[in-house]
Design a protein around this ligand. Structure first.
Ligand SMILES: *[C@@H]1O[C@H](CO)[C@@H](O)[C@H](O)[C@H]1NC(C)=O
Ligand SMILES: *[C@@H]1O[C@H](CO)[C@@H](O)[C@H](O)[C@H]1NC(C)=O
Length: 367
């Protein structure tokens, strides 16, 4: 009799646990916030009077809707793929009118193509959301969410969120190296410019921490000197543009050092360094090893390497988008983004320091 009762109890408890698991997911999808430039913008610039936009064919040709969305990709971009990995819906652009009510709890994307660490980066694009403004919007976002779920829950949502920050490439491409004898290149030697950028970046990251960020993936700059746009302008035999490679080689280690320094000041691993340079360089230096036909020629563009001007409806378009590392003269293809985000997820410490995203998810699900 006793034994039967025990068995009944075990069966009953198992059923309850099963029902509990179905009703209350063990790992709640966490909110996701995105800050930065065109590598991570998913449509904010559609709402702005700017020339930095990706809202026309053939952008989005491989997106689920096959429409241009403002993402600088033929399909998905890094934030979409990170959302997939953490089991969340893709975040909406902060300026989207659909970002209201419940949708706010999923997070938001504040990124804007053309921006950099400095305010004078990307001035030729006119009306874009500079990084200080993105952070102001983050504050405004938190006020809106507070009205929905209260202050305490809002702080929790932000503290538990995953954040992606992708910044810095434009401070070289669309500032220092934009024209010969640019104002910044007359003001600074390259090594001193990098030191200045890092000191400004520090303020931005401290500000982000003060706004409640506790898990922030920070990407350094990729091998921008190897982008088809740079090859078209500077390369005779397909070699990468040395000055931009040097810029990345100066910037990335100092950024990684800054992140370690901030973590030790805070006393926690808040900032995670994602080595975008190494991740991209793998397939830039040996595209065939990763199933690409070329890392030099953009899929969409015109002129040498399809690297001149913008990707427009009138541009050349390659037949197999998965065969190209670069989709347009500056941005990786959907397939390259997938390989990059795989490294975010399970990369060794050479790629992700002090830990990769799968480790972060494991750690954060336990607290
Ligand atoms: C950039 O602009 C913002 C807002 O106008 C300002 O607060 C910030 O100090 C500026 N940054 C630099 C480096 O001048
Ligand atoms: C992900 O990071 C963890 C912890 O650093 C490490 O043990 C694991 O090997 C990494 N994954 C891969 C595939 O390297």
């Amino acid at each position: 009799m006793d034994q039967l009762n025990n068995q009944t109890l075990v069966v009953f408890l198992s059923c309850m646990l099963l029902i509990w698991n179905i009703i209350v997911p063990q790992v709640e999808a966490r909110a996701f916030f995105v800050f930065g430039d065109s590598l991570v913008d998913n449509g904010n610039n559609n709402y702005l009077a700017t020339t930095a936009r990706a809202d026309n064919y053939p952008y989005g040709i491989d997106y689920p809707t096959h429409r241009a969305t403002g993402r600088f990709s033929n399909g998905l971009n890094m934030p979409d793929l990170i959302s997939e990995k953490i089991g969340s819906e893709p975040t909406l652009p902060y300026l989207s009118p659909e970002l209201n009510g419940e949708a706010l709890l999923n997070g938001a994307n504040f990124a804007s193509a053309g921006i950099g660490i400095l305010n004078d980066t990307g001035i030729q694009f006119f009306n874009i959301i500079r990084i200080t403004r993105q952070l102001q919007y983050f504050e405004q976002y938190q006020q809106r969410v507070s009205a929905l779920i209260g202050d305490e829950e809002t702080v929790r949502l932000v503290n538990e969120a995953l954040i992606l920050m992708t910044l810095g490439g434009n401070d070289f491409v669309n500032n220092y190296f934009l024209v010969p004898f640019s104002a910044r290149s007359r003001q600074f030697r390259l090594p001193d410019y990098v030191v200045y950028l890092i000191s400004e970046y520090r303020k931005i990251l401290v500000n982000l921490y003060n706004l409640g960020a506790r898990r922030v993936l920070v990407t350094g700059t990729g091998p921008i000197g190897c982008a088809p746009a740079e090859l078209a302008q500077h390369s005779r035999n397909g070699e990468c543009y040395g000055e931009l490679l040097e810029a990345a080689n100066l910037f990335n280690p100092q950024l990684a050092q800054l992140l370690s320094q901030l973590n030790s000041e805070i006393g926690a691993d808040v900032f995670i360094s994602a080595n975008a340079f190494a991740m991209n360089m793998d397939f830039v230096s040996d595209p065939q090893a990763y199933g690409f036909a070329t890392s030099k020629v953009a899929c969409c563009g015109q002129g040498p390497y399809n690297g001149i001007g913008l990707c427009t409806p009138a541009s050349n378009l390659c037949p197999d988008r998965d065969a190209n590392v670069f989709w347009d003269p500056f941005h990786p293809s959907d397939r390259a983004n997938r390989l990059i985000v795989d490294r975010f997820m399970v990369g060794s410490s050479e790629y992700m320091h002090p830990m990769n995203l799968s480790t972060i998810m494991l750690l954060d699900s336990k607290t």
